[in-house]
Design a protein around this ligand. Structure first.
Ligand SMILES: [Zn+2]
Length: 123
């Protein structure tokens, strides 16, 4: 692997794991968890009080379904991202260790894996 390839792959992996988009996805994930807890509590409470709120219960079940769908979608997006970051991040061909952000600098300086010392960059 050339130095340029190494730098561009590490930068691409880095760019993929950052950004506002993932902040928004995380907010959705968190909101669905909180909303689901509240909805389950309200549903339980409505059964506990034996109130005649059938329409409200159906609406809450629909909302709960939407929360589950959004939660699943956000989780799926995080899994896809994790897989892509893993594919992009450079791995040592000898010990299969990922070149982490911490060891990236030393690998760039020496061209070698910080773990086993095998050649990662260059011939
Ligand atoms: Zn190694």
């Amino acid at each position: 692997m050339t130095r340029e390839e190494f730098v561009s792959r590490q930068a691409a992996a880095d760019a993929l794991s950052r950004g506002y988009f993932w902040g928004i996805i995380y907010s959705i994930w968190l909101a669905t968890v909180l909303a689901a807890i509240i909805l389950v509590a309200l549903l339980g409470f409505s059964f506990f009080t034996h109130a005649d709120v059938r329409a409200e219960r159906i609406a809450m079940l629909w909302e709960l379904g939407c929360c589950v769908a959004l939660f699943w979608g956000a989780n799926h997006a995080f899994n896809v991202r994790a897989r892509k970051v893993e594919q992009l991040t450079v791995r040592c061909t000898s010990c299969r260790r990922f070149v982490s952000r911490e060891s990236e600098k030393s690998t760039l300086e020496t061209g070698r894996c910080a773990g086993c010392g095998a050649q990662v960059i260059g011939p």
